[in-house]
Design a protein around this ligand. Structure first.
Ligand code: FAD
Ligand code: NAD
Length: 480
């Protein structure tokens, strides 16, 4: 068979990779995407969508929603005069719903590949060398068969894998990473979590709402250190005092023993040495870039000091016509950041001016209340010696929040003192994930807080709190 040749070959079919492939094909390039995983597809077909669709963003949000409804039925309906008795959760049904959503979306990407004429190649891709200005990529299928394809441009989008802790063997039965934690077959009575980061808080919340006793062990002495301090403080109060999540800060894990009945975790804090016994343990201590088996050494592809593929601001690697996007490169490990990089690279290959504004990438933590932010925190502004004005307004007096029965949290806006330019917006509250979009648009357009203060916001909506926060920057809120 003659060698298959493409203008662009993408290695990895997660959000960074599949979006890069679609955009490259839209721009007229003969494009292929190599994807290795089957992610337990019932038909054994390779599944697109990567961590995000299969074992990350999408399944976790499906479970979060189910657990929120369970929690509301148990605790929130009553204030509306609705009584329900004997509320039960059928974990198998909840998981089936989640799996169906995943299947629908992964199949959808296959459809998008067909529509855009992207060739899907199943197997593991690795660099084999370069001939006649073309990269030679070896694709090894599950049965061991290898094909070499040629590519003028290569986009690496191999993502990330969970970071392992020494002496804590993940079996995805009792000790789980995100894969096992999204597929429990029953609600564990006692759930331990190592790492109070995004996964620990989101999945800890799911199982807590469904009835588990949840204890999270966090190494750092500060809670949610990346968030604005006011948000972290509010979240701590809500999660630990109102919702009953037990979070131990400054915890050093000293031993983990796997037994027939579960797992025992020895740990130390300033208060002494303790043992946490639980039925399941989730290890969520961050993720590491996935470059294993990619053949970086075969072609001299440079990695940075943290094992990520080294790239410039346009995701160019040190090799000619080789690019890398998503979790495998610097920057936050977020699906939307990878997607934007995929578009940027495809457009750069086409000679266009694709770019990503890394200053305006939103963060969302899908706990309840949700936490979302864009731009700098107050801590960062202080550390950088930037003078600022802050406006902070709670949801407490907002008519829509009251109507919805959920008034927790606030919107906080930070603007440069001299220019009034918005430098950061931080939201903790219902629908923070959607509200933050207004702040992202504002920051992308270089808006000042006065711009948001002068924009008409629909009434009654939660977005009025964003409006009031902007007015509060100038100390003239109308409803607070
Ligand atoms: P990945 O999604 O990891 O995709 C990489 C793909 O490359 C995989 O399909 C892999 O099989 C394939 N691959 C790897 N090596 C090879 C090879 N050699 N050959 C062929 N194929 C290969 N982000 C958000 O923005 N919002 C969220 O709500 C969110 N929730 C998350 C929840 C959880 C539980 C987890 C674990 C992550 C979550 N994330 C979230 C992060 C998000 O999933 C990642 O940032 C995103 O998936 C990264 O996309 P990517 O394309 O870089 O890599
Ligand atoms: P994370 O970086 O958010 O949190 C890891 C936590 O583990 C940190 O607080 C860290 O201090 C702690 N930790 C590290 N080593 C430890 C140890 N030995 N003992 C105790 N604690 C320890 O990582 P994650 O929660 O694993 O999630 C991985 C990545 O996936 C995130 O960084 C994020 O980029 C992405 N993600 C995003 C979302 C979202 O956007 N909503 C959701 C889930 C995951």
């Amino acid at each position: 068979m003659a060698q298959r040749q493409f203008d662009v070959v993408v290695i990895g079919g997660g959000p960074g990779g599949y979006v890069a492939a679609i955009r490259a094909a839209q721009l007229g390039f003969a494009t292929a995407c190599i994807e290795s995983e089957s992610y337990a597809d019932p038909k054994g077909e390779v599944r697109l969508g990567g961590t995000c669709l299969n074992v990350g963003c999408i399944p976790s949000k499906a479970l979060l929603r189910s657990s929120e409804l369970f929690d509301e039925a148990n605790h929130a309906f009553v204030m509306h005069g609705i009584s329900v008795e004997n509320v039960k959760i059928d974990v198998a049904t909840m998981m089936r719903r989640k799996d169906n959503i995943v299947t629908q979306l992964t199949q959808g990407i296959r459809g998008l590949f067909k529509k855009n004429k992207v060739t899907l190649i199943a197997g593991r891709g690795s660099f084999a060398g370069r001939e006649d200005e073309r990269w030679q990529i070896a694709v090894t299928a599950k049965d061991g068969a290898t094909e070499i394809v040629a590519a003028t441009h290569v986009i690496i989008a191999t993502g990330s894998v969970p970071r392992q802790l020494p002496g804590i063997p993940v079996d995805n039965e009792t000790i789980c990473d995100n894969v096992g934690a999204l597929s429990f077959t029953a609600v564990p009575k006692r759930l331990g979590v190592i790492g109070a980061g995004v996964i620990g808080l989101e999945l800890g919340s799911v199982w807590k709402r469904l009835g588990s006793e949840v204890t999270i062990l966090e190494a750092l002495p500060d809670f949610l250190a990346a968030a604005d301090p006011a948000v972290a403080k509010e979240a701590w109060k809500i999660f630990t005092q109102k919702q009953g999540l037990k979070i131990e800060l400054g915890a050093k894990i000293t031993d983990v023993k796997l037994g027939k009945q579960g797992v025992a975790i020895d740990y130390e804090t300033q208060a002494g040495a303790f043992t946490l016994e639980c039925d399941k343990l989730i290890v969520s201590v961050g993720r590491v870039p996935n470059t294993a088996g990619l053949g970086c050494d075969n072609v001299g592809l440079k990695l940075d000091e943290r094992g990520r593929i080294a790239v410039d601001e346009h995701c160019r690697t040190n090799l000619d016509n080789v690019w890398a996007v998503g979790d495998v490169v610097r920057g936050p490990m977020l699906a939307h950041k990878g997607m934007e990089e995929g578009v940027m690279v495809a457009e750069r290959i086409a000679g266009q001016a694709g770019h990503v504004n890394y200053e305006a990438i939103p963060w969302v933590i899908y706990t309840h209340p949700e936490i979302a932010w864009v731009g700098k925190t107050e801590t960062q502004l202080k550390n950088e010696g930037i003078e600022y004005r802050a406006g902070q307004i709670p949801f407490l007096a907002n008519g829509r929040a009251l109507g919805q029965g959920d008034t927790t949290g606030f919107v906080k806006m930070l603007a440069e003192a001299k220019t009034d330019r918005i430098l950061g917006v931080h939201v903790i509250g219902t629908n923070a994930s959607e509200l933050i979009a207004e702040a992202v648009v504002a920051m992308e357009f270089g808006a000042v807080s006065e711009d948001i203060a002068r924009i008409c916001h629909a009434h009654p909506t939660l977005s009025e709190v964003m409006h009031e926060a902007a007015l509060a920057v100038d100390k003239r809120p109308l409803h607070f």
